[in-house]
Ligand binder design. Structure first.
Ligand code: ADP
Length: 636
């Protein structure tokens, strides 16, 4: 190697420093993964070169055999990972090995707890990558040259994994990247052919290009060892894993391949591997991760599948193959029909992509359905991580609404627990004979939902109600009209018609109270004029004196609050106010001759009903004053 020029020392981006520190401390018990990460990067670099070379064969520089080599030197205590992939130029190196480009990184880092076990899980979600070298090395050197660049434009990067790195220009004859790890004293065990080979087989068997090591020839007696004669041999299987038949691939291999494509650290929950033949020919390997990535809610977060055409890598994050509500699915699709120079724009227009998308959506939903019936515990893990994303499904994917609905899980009055464990099928299985609708309530949080006054009559009659409190829930329900022939009914919307659940006697009693209280209803309407649309006597309450009900077609209160909080101007709609004729406060109100006190009491009941729904009062101070006035009058 010639002398190094243009050498400078630069500081790592703050986030890199934090990540390095964390990685070294929290991933120590899993240190061997450094090799997997480096081989995975080398394989990506080979994929990228192969893709670029489709347009410009010169990039191969007369060396088209893509491969990765692993070398070690026990004396010098080094391990080198050598690839002849795309390589990097000076700017690339500074950008890729000095900063972290992922959006949301600082937010992610601020979530770390300092508890090593928890943090190592989190960091797995984040993806470890190149920096994992510093778990075992106290100095790392990178020699790299971008394919097509001149020999004199090689880059030498070096760092001790603390605050800074140096970068200089060197000659590099071969394109691609060599990473040299100077191992910490205590990590010498990795300088061992058997150990490295077993790690390659364990973690990198699925890499589709050869990962080679020097052949170990047992010394032949009487002959001098020939230093010159170095033979390399592949250690891994070196065929694209998805191109192999299912029966040939072990679970461990599927797991390791997942980590390679997803940059995740943990095993996936499930996968589905299929080859489609016929008009369109393609292979897909789809995975459900076991943990939501840290950037799942980022609009520009990574999503989509890795796209290959006839084994040639074309692009990452091909998002056209799955709908947005399945954005957590990771994997590969390899088509035999697409052209090698396919672009994102072409993908968007190609009708063949639409039918692949339909088929892959079905596969994904089938995989989830299978998981939900075969392994409920696993499915619950999935639901807790990704349920909220799946809830976007019915709005986005009309055709699969019933299928998605089957996969939904809810909290319910069956247990009152905040865990979302109940399926619609289980709910229907518990429905009363006379019950026609699936009842639900939506509130800002679980406790408000659970204690909603609207549930009182249902609790009394032993009818189950689903308790919804995720932000997306009202949106979800507005897109679910029915399931298995049953309609959905928001218990806080519209006049409550319990139909056959109510017996004749109850119906008669209700009519009588409506008559008895007709003048009360008029007086309350007067007292609350401008605030309510209608006042009526209700059958839905047991313990509460009153409640608010929105019109059947109106936006629910939770959605309204979300829209208002987002700065949206909402058309004014007024709720109806319903009174419980059996409640002593309502009886008292009916008997109240004093107009002022009547008005105060009506307003207090109205505000209380609003509070019980998790609402905000227009004028909280006035409420407090009125309430105090009433309290004082009690003691007189
Ligand atoms: P990730 O692989 O998750 O993007 P890394 O920290 O492992 O994160 O790598 C950062 C970037 O550095 C990669 O995205 C790639 O652009 C570049 N890189 C790493 N290793 C190589 C390599 N062997 N050849 C070319 N580029 C590489």
């Amino acid at each position: 190697m010639t002398t190094e020029t243009q050498k400078e020392t630069l500081g790592f981006q703050t986030e890199v420093k934090q990540l390095l520190h964390l990685m070294i401390h929290s991933l120590y018990s899993n240190k061997e993964i450094f090799l997997r990460e480096l081989v995975s990067n080398a394989s990506d670099a080979a994929d990228k070169l192969r893709f670029k070379a489709l347009a410009d064969g010169g990039l191969y520089e007369s060396d088209p055999d893509l491969k990765i080599r692993i070398e070690f030197d026990a004396e010098a205590k080094t391990i080198s990972v050598i690839d002849n992939g795309i390589g990097m130029n000076r700017e690339d190196v500074i950008e890729h090995l000095g900063t972290i480009a992922k959006s949301g990184t600082s937010e992610f880092l601020s979530n770390l707890t300092g508890d090593q076990q928890k943090d190592s899980q989190l960091i797995g979600q984040f993806g470890v990558g190149f920096y994992s070298s510093f778990i075992v090395a106290d100095r790392v050197e990178v020699f790299t040259r971008k394919a097509g660049d001149e020999v004199a434009n090689g880059v030498h990067w070096e760092s001790h994994g603390e605050g800074e790195f140096s970068i200089g220009t060197v000659d590099k004859a071969n394109r691609g990247t060599t990473i040299v790890l100077h191992l910490k004293d205590e990590e010498n065990e990795f300088c061992d052919s058997w150990r490295l080979r077993s790690l390659i087989r364990k973690y990198s068997d699925h890499i589709s290009i050869p990962v080679e090591m020097i052949k170990e020839n047992p010394p032949v007696e009487g002959e001098e060892a020939d230093e010159e004669k170095i033979e390399w041999e592949p250690v891994n299987n070196a065929t694209a894993l998805w191109a192999r038949s299912r029966s040939e691939v072990s679970d461990e291999e599927y797991n390791e391949f997942y980590k390679h494509v997803s940059h995740d650290f943990q095993d996936p929950l499930s996968w589905s591997h299929n080859r489609v033949e016929g008009k369109l020919e393609y292979t897909s390997l789809l995975y459900v991760p076991s943990k939501a990535p840290f950037d799942m809610w980022n609009r520009d977060g990574i999503r989509g599948l890795k796209l290959y055409v006839q084994r040639v890598f074309i692009m990452d994050e091909a998002e056209q193959f799955l709908p947005l509500y399945l954005r957590f699915i990771k994997g590969v699709v390899d088509s035999n029909d697409l052209s090698l120079n396919v672009s994102r724009e072409i993908l968007q227009k190609d009708p063949a992509i639409d039918s692949m998308r339909t088929a892959l959506t079905k596969r994904s939903l089938d995989m989830l359905t299978k998981m939900s019936s075969k392994d409920q515990e696993k499915y619950q893990t999935f639901w807790n991580e990704f349920g909220q994303v799946l809830k976007e499904g019915p709005a986005e994917d009309f055709g699969n609404r019933e299928k998605i609905a089957k996969l939904l899980r809810f909290a319910s009055t069956q247990t009152d627990s905040s865990e979302q464990t109940e399926s619609l099928d289980a709910y229907i299985g518990r429905m009363k004979d006379e019950q026609k609708a699936i009842y639900y309530v939506v509130a800002e949080n679980h406790n408000t939902a659970k204690s909603s006054p609207h549930l009182e009559v249902f609790r009394k009659k032993g009818i189950e109600v689903l308790l919804l409190s995720d932000r997306v829930d009202e949106w979800l329900m507005s897109n679910l009209n029915e399931y298995d022939g049953k309609t959905f009914q928001d218990v806080a919307k519209g006049g409550l018609d319990l139909g056959e659940i109510e017996n004749e006697e109850e119906k008669k009693k209700q009519e009588e109270s409506a008559k008895e209280y007709s003048s009360l209803v008029e007086r309350v309407k007067e007292a609350l004029s401008g605030k309510v649309d209608e006042v009526r006597v209700t059958n839905r309450l047991v313990d509460s004196p009153a409640c608010l009900v929105v019109g059947e077609q109106d936006m629910g209160m939770q959605m309204r609050r979300i829209m208002e909080a987002a700065g949206q101007q909402m058309p004014e709609t007024k709720p109806s106010f319903e009174l419980n004729p059996d409640h002593p406060l309502v009886v008292k109100l009916n008997d109240e001759p004093d107009v002022d006190r009547f008005n105060d009491l009506s307003l207090v009941l109205f505000d209380q009903a609003n509070l019980a729904e998790g609402g905000q009062l227009d004028d909280p101070a006035a409420y407090v004053q009125r309430l105090n006035k009433l309290l004082l009058s009690l003691s007189q």
